[in-house]
Design a protein around this ligand. Sequence first.
Ligand SMILES: Cc1cc2nc3c(=O)[nH]c(=O)nc-3n(C[C@H](O)[C@H](O)[C@H](O)COP(=O)(O)OP(=O)(O)OC[C@H]3O[C@@H](n4cnc5c(N)ncnc54)[C@H](O)[C@@H]3O)c2cc1C
Length: 432
Amino acid sequence: MSEEKFDAIIVGGGLAGCSAAIVLARAGLEVLVIERGDYCGAKNMTGGRLYGHSLEKIIPGFAEEAPVERTVKKEKVSLMSADGSLDIGYGSAKLSAAPECASYTVLHAKFDQWLAGKAEEAGAEIVTGFLVDSLITDEDGRVAGINAAGEEMYADVVILADGVNSLLAQQIGMKKELEPEQVAVGAKETIRLGEDIINQRFGLAPGEGMAWLSAGDPTAGGFGGGFLYTNKDTVSIGVVATLGDIGHSEISVPQMLERFKAHPSIAPYLEGGEAIEYSGHLVPEEGLGMVPELYRDGVLVTGDAAGFCVNLGFTVRGMDFAIESGRLAAETVLKAHELGDFSAQVLSGYAKALDDSFVMRDLKSFKGFPTVLSQRAVFESLPELCDQIAGKVFRVDGQPSQNIILYMIGLVAERTSAAELVNLVTTVLEAF
Ligand SMILES: Cc1cc2nc3c(=O)[nH]c(=O)nc-3n(C[C@H](O)[C@H](O)[C@H](O)COP(=O)(O)OP(=O)(O)OC[C@H]3O[C@@H](n4cnc5c(N)ncnc54)[C@H](O)[C@@H]3O)c2cc1C
């Protein structure tokens, strides 16, 4: 590692860190990215579906050269009971009609390395295999650099892009220790099936991808859900389970993944596949409520480190938030560089830019969603109810048919209390 003073040091070579590095290096600043993994994309994890709009702003047309797996053309959302699945599917050219609304399946290990390469091309220095142990602060509390592997390195500004459990932001009191209710644990397997088999089984044309999210049985009624994304010749399949709710069922997160893979609606898609990778990671879940202090003298917090992630059950977004916040942090640093002033007052421009962007607007719009997704009824009663109703609607057994509306009312009354129902409806209405 070089010992000179940098214009900016970025901790973490994920999407937030690499995006910030590209913007800063392109403007001619001396930028150092420090990543603890052996390469960028080695230690982090995603589901993963990347909504391309925020990276389009940094690298227009990026998907033509980036290692994206497939362009998502089909959506599927399922409520799963033990042996049934009520699915909503959607497929349309609208999903990818323009680059800014297209989304892609990606694998971090390939994609982050590519983005890191773009940062290097722009002139950033990327050092991998080093853990940043702590931040250096001066006598006024201003962040002035980092300590890594026994070396001190200095910079005008440090951008923290070190992921969901940002120990560095915690060390200087910008962020509180994570609470179990604020994060989910994700476990994912990458299973090789072959390109043709994926196309056939999922009904996809070459290059087309599917995003499939499920709730209910995958987590045995616990808060969370399952996901399946089709890559080029593999699928990414996994579960996320809210850490504070893991005790609800008796099974562990790896067991939930096995349960999900074995579900009758999922298993036929995976038949004959070879598991080639297994990973686990935390996901920020609380949204607006877990956003920490975003800037102080000489320091900015971006991406998952800032809790920028929104899970609505039918979409999961963290990567586009990471990229946007990395870019906005870098643009704020460019202004500070021009002024020669890296005080909190100037760096507060980052918070203003976030407020004006989809990052804070979406976090605010969906601030009630974590509450909806912590209603037991959504994960337990609702999938079972849907299973019963769909079973009634679609099953013909020669018995006289029953009025389906009366059947539904009777079922709802039998399975949920009025209080539970009112609570659920109020929570959903409040979330919007
Ligand atoms: C199971 C799961 C499914 C998900 N699905 C989706 C999805 O489908 N779509 C979506 O948009 N988002 C999804 N997300 C969220 C998304 O992956 C993240 O929001 C996004 O990757 C965050 O990027 P980041 O750069 O902020 O952090 P990370 O990608 O976590 O990068 C942080 C980097 O910092 C490094 N680091 C940490 N500490 C140090 C240190 N002290 N010194 C040096 N390096 C350090 C880490 O090694 C890591 O490489 C999912 C997340 C999970 C876990």
